[in-house]
Design a protein around this ligand. Structure first.
Ligand code: ATP
Length: 288
């Protein structure tokens, strides 16, 4: 039996780093939006002895336990006590790696969803616990759509998505950013504490389907730390605004930058310019 899933990337419309916890993790307050830039994950199972085989069309990704999608299958089988199945996973990678777009987390969530649909061997709560343990962005990727995300990523409250008429141009230039390193550079715990921004205005704008206002309120606490070190990301943001984006922001800990457009000509202008300048460039829509 085999199932194929499109696994969407996420962007952060709002991202506040609340603080570092004693265990070293970071509490965030974020609004995450799934977008139609997707990896494709095919998962199959047959009778066997618990062997997991992962293949991927991207040469830079490991195909063993270092791949989070592999670990998802391992943990699902272990949590369900299933020892008489072999699992195959094939990933077609389109989401740039280490880019702030949750590419690994979404593959991981896709494997969980596929196994759960085919085997139905865990409760929804057990599945959610498994997702939490695999990575901070995995619960959101499993939920998809648009949500306010708190804690280290495990507290989810759905909110209305950006509407389908939003055109999202995504550009990644240069090397990836390690999320752990980005947090280190935030200089946490903050002393004196920085004033914490809240996403209430953005939540209201989403509820009112006011995409222009959402774009005007985009916020990412990582930007002042990462953008000065990443001229390609800073340039992509400028290029999006110059082309007519209603708003542009770095996603997660970067270096991907996205622009929200409501005019196709403007979006295409940004896309073509950044593509010609050597960026990995994509046009997407919100997953509603
Ligand atoms: P996030 O936004 O969740 O912090 P990211 O988009 O910045 O994540 P990923 O693309 O998930 O970053 O990659 C982070 C690291 O995870 C990379 O070093 C990569 O080698 C590793 N990794 C493991 N499995 C995968 C996978 N299936 N896809 C992408 N990266 C993976």
């Amino acid at each position: 039996m085999e199932q194929t899933y499109f696994c969407p990337a996420k962007i952060n419309l709002f991202l506040e780093v609340v603080d570092q916890r004693p265990d070293g993790y970071h509490d965030i307050d974020s609004i995450m939006q799934a977008v139609t830039l997707c990896d494709t994950v095919t998962v199959g199972f047959t009778a066997g002895s618990g062997k997991i085989t992962l293949t991927c069309d991207h040469p830079d990704l490991p195909c063993d336990e270092r791949n989070i999608a592999y670990r998802a299958a391992q943990r699902y089988l272990a949590a369900a006590g299933l020892t008489t199945y072999d699992v195959t996973i094939h990933i077609e990678k389109k989401i740039p790696i280490a880019a702030g777009l949750a590419g690994g987390s979404t593959d991981c969530a896709g494997v969980l969803r596929a196994l759960h649909t085919m085997l139905n061997a865990l409760s929804e709560d057990e599945l959610f616990d498994l997702a939490k343990g695999l990575g901070a962005d995995v619960p959101f990727c499993y939920a998809s759509g648009c949500a306010r995300v708190g804690g280290i990523g495990e507290l989810l409250r759905y909110c209305p998505s950006l509407t389908r008429d939003a055109i999202i141009v995504i550009a990644k230039g240069g090397e990836g950013v390690s999320t752990a390193e980005a947090y280190r550079q935030m200089d946490l715990p903050m002393d004196p504490p920085r004033e914490r921004l809240m996403p209430h205005d953005m939540l209201r704008a989403l509820r009112q389907n006011d995409g222009g206002e959402v774009a005007a309120l985009l916020y990412n606490a990582f930007e002042p730390v990462i953008l000065p070190q990443r001229p390609l990301a800073a340039h992509a943001k400028e290029a999006m605004i110059e082309a007519g984006a209603a708003g542009a922001l770095m996603s997660g800990s970067g270096p991907s930058v996205f622009g929200i457009f409501y005019d196709w000509d403007d979006a295409e202008r940004a896309y073509n310019r950044l593509l010609s300048e050597g960026y990995q460039t994509f046009i997407a829509h919100p997953v509603v």
